[in-house]
Design a binder for this molecule. Structure first.
Ligand SMILES: O=C([O-])CC(=O)C(=O)O
Length: 159
């Protein structure tokens, strides 16, 4: 999305908006980003994350529900680069990322729980274009996700 509205202003205007529990850290090169959500559910395997970031992002935000696993990284510098090349605004990972110096250099928003040096498994598993629930919210396909220095806020899809 082109115009930026702070999450604080959005929260004031929409007191019922969902806000993720503030447990996410900024690993990206872009502190502020927003867009329609595309969500995946995976479990310590990231081929679905890779293949999704290799498709056109159309300015959307990829939400990866990794179940909060702190055992391995679901996104690194190579996948982040695919995200940039294919027009994704950012990636939110309910799990870990790696290559954090590389991610920081990308024009891509990245939020995740933590960094982890170990790569994930390579099993082609998971679910795409689903609703995901974590950090106290449910994110449905095409919901609007707004991310800045103050947090992550979700508004319902505009029809
Ligand atoms: O390939 C992976 O599993 C994650 C990674 O390190 C990268 O994206 O560069």
């Amino acid at each position: 999305m082109s115009s930026f509205t702070p999450t604080t202003d959005l929260s004031d205007a929409h007191p019922d908006a969902q806000v993720l529990t503030p447990v996410f850290h900024d690993f990206g090169g872009r502190a502020r980003f927003s867009g329609q959500a595309v969500a995946l559910r995976v479990s310590e395997n990231n081929p679905l994350v890779r293949s999704t970031l290799q498709t056109p992002g159309h300015g959307k935000v990829l939400v990866v529900d990794g179940g909060g696993s702190l055992n391995c990284a679901l996104l690194g510098g190579n996948l982040g680069q695919f995200g940039v090349e294919n027009g994704w605004e950012g990636v939110i990972v309910n799990g870990c990322v790696r290559d954090t110096a590389e991610l920081r250099a990308l024009n891509l928003g990245v939020r995740a729980l933590a960094a982890h040096p170990r790569r994930s498994g390579k099993a082609d598993e998971g679910e795409a274009h689903v609703a995901v629930s974590f950090a106290g919210v449910t994110i449905r396909p095409n919901d609007e996700v707004h991310v800045d220095e103050d947090g992550i806020l979700v508004l319902p899809a505009r029809n």
